[in-house]
Design a protein around this ligand. Structure first.
Ligand code: WT7
Length: 652
């Protein structure tokens, strides 16, 4: 794949105005919202906060003590009350909240009333297990209804959840339990993935043996694996909810109380616990979900095909959609199980109208060919979304044509775990789309592309993406490490400017094109992985002396992980050891972090002060021309690496 530079992106000249019938019925039909929000951006967010049910009104909209923000202070509300009770109270108890489909074909339908009752039962169970306001609860579950139920039950009683993606390893779970001091773990016996079973409880057991903090563990039965339940500590979910009341009064929470922690990779080996709070977060996820997806709660069937283990699922499977009384599809498994048309069967069976997925998935569907979607009736679809990584124009156009039948707008949505909600995206009833561009900041958002010095670049220019005004769903801090919060995000250009870590360009019309990360963070299939984390996992193996990791372009996954490894003593690397190292990384972090290539080398290229030249390795991995390497302490090693890299590429 060619590098996504602005030059080749901008050769894409096609534009797609909103279809007339779509525009005529759009939730946000009028361009005036941009100006309205600009004239009074705090008032803009107030107008969205007012759509929620507050138990006590706020005193102050925003307290901004840069770089720390507090939104809607003095106000009280409960997130689960807004996502569930409010709709039942307004007469929508029988509306479906989730059409759940298991990978094995099992189905469950949960109405808003069902979801409320199940949430209350589990909230009462958690209380009876001694879980209270402010306690941290680690949730390590597959995509089953108990996952949103567990999150909502925590929100109901004021406990803070920390969802750990079920594809993460026991070690990753330990790190997250320890960092947040979580004393409660909610997991399942197993998780289905591509027909196999991941032994989640066994992983959790390994984790709980390693950290001694966990005093309560609740286990959902999903796959029927044999599990060991330890007396006192471990309980079946079905046992603890049995006999619990379906009523549980929602705990009044302050707008700034923590709703959840979600870990994400940064430039160091230690994942950051991103902290999201209650009032501002719910305001912005609900507002953006409604505007960007043009949501019609009475008629739409919405499907966000992400995993709730990532922020996309938190904001756009659970909180945003439920706050908006959406009927959603919740799918447990892989897109190719049992066959490669699984997604299109689901769209057809449930009459999905809005689909939100990632470019990697779209490129995979492209590879599988248009006949698979073509064999299904996808005429219910009216809007498509993309998230997680830059979408190349070719994939955008394919998505538009073969999935959207040429009639559905495609919204490319830029945001991050840290931003909590979508920040840059078209509004589908208003924006004339350019394939590959996230277009413009949403109303109320001030996104600015700046140069090295922090000065805004003019149309046609490129630089770093920044956010120059607080927003309601912004992260409040990094759990337990506020200094890192300040230094990572609010120091590069002063403490009023949020540094996103992404490169971006503006085209001649001033529209935004995202170019990928500018730091040591890789993006593999839309998942954020830090080079340092993978390096630490590699050097943790007994045979490894040193390791350097870099992301290289990959046509399917966006980036792929390339590792350069030098071994201890005289040991020579071979295929078997490479396989062992890849497995080792999978065990330490999770399968998503497994390097695509491992290249053994006698040494790594270093500067005279001993720093590994990662940029040089990146150039080698990309097959790029290298500049002057003579200033290196060990220049000769570069030719060895290049020779081996070329040989490896030739044998692929
Ligand atoms: C990073 C954030 C936001 C939910 C999924 C990922 C990249 C995200 C886009 C997009 C280009 C994108 C950025 C960002 N990214 N959306 N539409 N176009 N790049 O959340 O794991 O916090 O990763 O994903 O590089 O910084 P995340």
């Amino acid at each position: 794949m060619t590098e996504p530079t602005i030059e080749n992106l901008l050769r894409e000249g096609r534009t797609f105005p909103p279809p007339e019938d779509f525009a005529a019925r759009a939730t946000i039909p009028d361009e005036g919202v941009y100006q309205q929000a600009e004239d009074d951006w705090q008032g803009w967010w107030v107008s969205h906060a007012e759509r929620l049910r507050w138990l006590r009104p706020w005193d102050t909209v925003l307290e901004w003590d840069a770089p720390h923000a507090k939104w809607f202070t003095g106000g009280q509300l409960n997130v689960s009350d807004n996502c569930l009770d409010r709709h039942v109270d307004e007469g929508h108890g029988d509306q479906v909240a989730y059409h759940w489909e298991g990978e094995d074909g099992s189905r469950r339908t949960l109405t808003y009333r069902d979801l409320l009752e199940e949430t209350c039962r589990f909230a009462n169970a958690l209380k009876s297990l001694g879980v209270g306001k402010g306690d941290r609860v680690a949730i390590y579950l597959p995509m089953i209804p108990e996952l949103p139920v567990a999150m909502l039950a925590c929100a109901r009683i004021g406990a803070i959840h920390s969802v750990v993606f079920a594809g993460f390893s026991a070690q990753s779970l330990v790190d997250r339990i320890d960092d947040a001091d979580a004393q409660v773990v909610i997991t399942a016996d197993g998780a289905y993935r591509k027909g196999n079973v991941i032994p989640l409880k066994a992983n959790a057991d390994t984790a709980m043996a390693d950290t001694h903090r966990v005093r309560t563990c609740v286990v959902v039965r999903r796959t029927g694996e044999d599990v060991v339940l330890r007396d006192e500590r471990d309980h079946w979910y079905h046992d603890v909810v049995e006999g619990q009341s379906t009523e549980c009064p929602p705990e009044p929470m302050h707008a700034e109380d923590v709703l959840y922690i979600l870990y994400t990779s940064g430039t160091t080996g230690k994942p950051k616990g991103i902290v999201h709070t209650t009032g501002g977060y719910l305001t912005q996820v609900a507002a953006t979900h409604r505007m960007v997806f043009d949501l019609k709660p009475d008629t739409d069937v919405y499907w966000c095909a992400a995993d709730i283990g990532w922020v996309t699922g938190h904001s756009y499977i659970v909180y945003g959609p439920l706050a908006n009384r959406t009927t959603s599809v919740l799918y447990e498994g892989a897109p190719d199980h049992p066959a490669r048309d699984r997604f299109w069967s689901i769209v057809e069976d449930y009459g999905v109208t809005i689909l939100y997925t990632a470019p990697t998935a779209i490129r995979t569907f492209m590879k599988w060919g248009p006949d698979l979607p073509g064999a299904h009736d996808l005429s219910s679809l009216r809007l498509l979304g993309s998230v997680g990584e830059p979408i190349n124009p070719e994939a955008w156009v394919w998505y538009h044509q073969y999935i959207g039948g040429g009639r559905c707008p495609v919204v490319d949505t830029w945001w991050q775990t840290e931003t909590g909600a979508i920040m840059i995206s078209p509004l589908p009833g208003i924006t004339t789309l350019k394939p590959g561009s996230a277009m413009r900041p949403l109303p109320g958002i001030k996104a600015v592309v700046v140069d090295q010095a922090g000065d805004p670049v003019p149309p046609g220019g490129g630089g770093y993406l920044t956010l120059q005004r607080p927003w309601p769903s912004m992260l409040r801090t990094i759990w337990g490490d506020d200094d890192r919060y300040v230094s990572t995000y609010w120091s590069r250009f002063g403490n009023e400017v949020y540094f996103a870590g992404d490169g971006a360009k503006l085209d001649d019309d001033g529209h935004v094109w995202l170019l990928g990360r500018v730091d040591d963070v890789m993006n593999v299939s839309g998942h954020r992985i830090s080079t340092t984390e993978v390096e630490s996992a590699l050097v943790d193996h007994h045979a490894v002396a040193e390791a350097a990791v870099t992301g290289r372009s990959d046509a399917m996954t966006g980036q792929a992980i390339a590792a350069f490894v030098s071994l201890k003593g005289d040991r020579q690397g071979d295929e078997a050891l490479a396989a062992e190292l890849r497995e080792h990384v999978a065990n330490r972090i999770g399968k998503i972090a497994r390097p695509a290539n491992i290249l053994f080398t006698d040494d790594l290229p270093k500067t005279r002060s001993g720093k590994i030249m990662r940029r040089l390795l990146r150039d080698i991995a990309e097959g790029r021309e290298l500049g002057d390497v003579t200033t290196l302490a060990n220049a000769d090693i570069v030719s060895q690496i290049q020779a081996r890299s070329t040989a490896a590429a030739a044998s692929e």
